[in-house]
Design a binder for this molecule. Structure first.
Ligand code: AMP
Length: 456
């Protein structure tokens, strides 16, 4: 999860980075930071908290320079990590660098242990620090070659923006798992961001997506230089970005997120229709899929559950007790819409089952005659190791129970999932999407027991 942004050749690079991070707040709420280079030095400001709270005009005014990199950090379920905010800054043989990273390195423990055996010391648990160490220890002459050297040693999913005092390097891993797009700023200069919704806010024009295995080098008065840094490119963009994580107004690798969610809903209706009077979404994650579901069945769609927007996402709090309470804090039914009706309730995914169970109870308490739960993605049976925060295999409800058993436990009248084939078809069947949570194909290394997304 997490968001990164890189801005190059803009007069107020830190302000552009700030608004970009603001628009990508949904990708991480634990901490945020921006570093700025002015040709002579790099200045960093980072702190725990949301973008609007961390930065003030006065802070942004101190971050002067035409190149900025920024990051929103996602907090990992189950572990209350300390202030491991990014960018990660260091002074080393060739000067100063600052790094932001979205993704998850599957070999981070091996790399870290080897570095420690060779005398390296670490200040945080972030795998981003591995990247800095590998660059610092490389014997190559230029930063560009040192970065390439570092890339041969890390495995997994990553999008990186690395800033020196005068240049910016942007890399997307050879599987293209996490999204990354390139845009052009109105007043000159370039922007790269995890999601295109950032471009819309800062008035940038979309140029193209960064290719899997590509490195872009930005240098003053030059067009960005593109080079492929891996011989074996094997494109596997993450399906979960489309299902849940990305904002619906973003386009990822040429596809609009909202449109793919609508299609998931339509296919869900074909695969597992329900005889109901109304279709409701779990707000906001199920809205687009529920619209597609209702449209395909020709049944009224209603926003029958109201969401309190002043509560964070249910996963943000670490303990189960708090998660349970937060569902009630967050969602509340419109009783007169629901009373006496057969209801289909649509969510994007079922992880632990906490949300759905409470929603079924909420709908029955509100007088629903029947509650049919539909999930616009397949059963999650494996933890993702490439940057989507998922709990352990044991905590995933679909590893323990069949859909029928889950429906019974939730007191739902039925439960249906989108099939893997249906998901692929909704996404267009044109690529080998990363479906690791559903099919357990750990194509980029790691396995169900690998380190999870700690600081992506
Ligand atoms: P659960 O209640 O554990 O079954 O979680 C399902 C809910 O969490 C759905 O409403 C999803 O929108 C949401 N969700 C799915 N994956 C994630 C994730 N990695 N982080 C935060 N929320 C998620």
């Amino acid at each position: 999860m997490c968001a990164i942004v890189g801005v190059f050749g803009a007069k107020k690079a830190s302000t552009v980075a700030y608004y970009s991070l603001f628009s990508m707040q949904h990708r991480g709420q634990e901490a945020t930071g921006i570093s700025v280079a002015n040709g002579e030095r790099i200045a960093v400001y980072k702190k725990r908290g949301m973008v609007a709270d961390v930065f003030s005009q006065a802070t942004l005014d101190t971050l002067e320079g035409e190149c900025a990199v920024g990051h929103n950090r996602y907090s990992t379920a189950g572990s209350e990590s300390a202030g491991d905010a990014q960018p990660v800054f260091a002074k080393y043989k060739l000067g100063e660098i600052s790094v932001v990273h979205n993704g998850n390195l599957v070999n981070k423990h091996e790399v870290r242990n080897e570095l420690i055996d060779n005398g390296a010391i670490f200040q945080t648990d972030m795998d981003t620090e591995n990247i800095i160490h590998l660059i610092a220890k490389s014997q190559k002459d230029s930063l560009e070659d040192r970065i390439k050297d570092m890339l041969t040693k890390i495995e997994g999913a990553y999008c990186l923006a690395i800033q020196s005092r005068s240049k910016m390097f942007v890399i997307r891993d050879r599987f293209g798992i996490r999204p990354l797009s390139l845009g052009k700023l109105k007043d000159g200069g370039y922007i790269v961001a995890s999601e295109t919704c950032a471009f819309d806010l800062v008035g940038a024009t979309f140029v193209r997506d960064v290719k899997p295995g590509e490195m872009l080098v930005f240098e003053k008065d030059k067009e960005p230089k593109s080079q492929m840094v891996f011989e074996n490119v094997d494109f596997h963009p993450c399906a979960f970005e489309y299902i849940y994580f990305a904002r619906p107004d973003s386009n990822i690798d040429g596809k609009n997120v909202y449109e793919t969610r609508l299609e998931m809903g339509r296919r869900l209706a074909k695969e597992t229709p329900a005889e109901v009077d109304i279709v409701l979404p779990v707000p906001d994650s199920g809205v687009a899929a529920a619209r597609g579901y209702a449209e395909a069945l020709n049944v009224p769609f209603e926003m029958g559950i109201v969401r309190n927007h002043y509560v964070g996402r249910t996963f943000i709090e670490p303990t189960q007790e708090i998660r349970d309470l937060k569902v009630k804090l967050k969602l509340s039914p419109i009783k007169h819409l629901i009373e006496g009706k057969r209801v289909a309730i649509i969510d994007d995914s079922l992880v632990r089952g906490t949300t759905s169970k409470q929603i079924v109870r909420m709908l029955k308490d509100a007088g629903a005659k029947e509650v049919h739960m539909r999930i616009a993605s397949p059963e999650i049976k494996f933890p993702c190791r490439y940057g989507i925060d998922t709990p352990t295999k044991e905590e995933l409800i679909s590893t323990k129970y069949t859909p029928k058993e889950i429906a019974k436990r939730m007191h739902a009248d039925s439960l249906g999932f989108l099939s893997i084939e249906g998901l692929k078809a909704s996404l267009g069947n044109d690529r080998n999407y990363s479906l690791v949570s559903f099919d357990g194909n750990y194509f980029a290394g790691g396995n169900a027991d690998s380190p999870s997304c700690g600081d992506c």
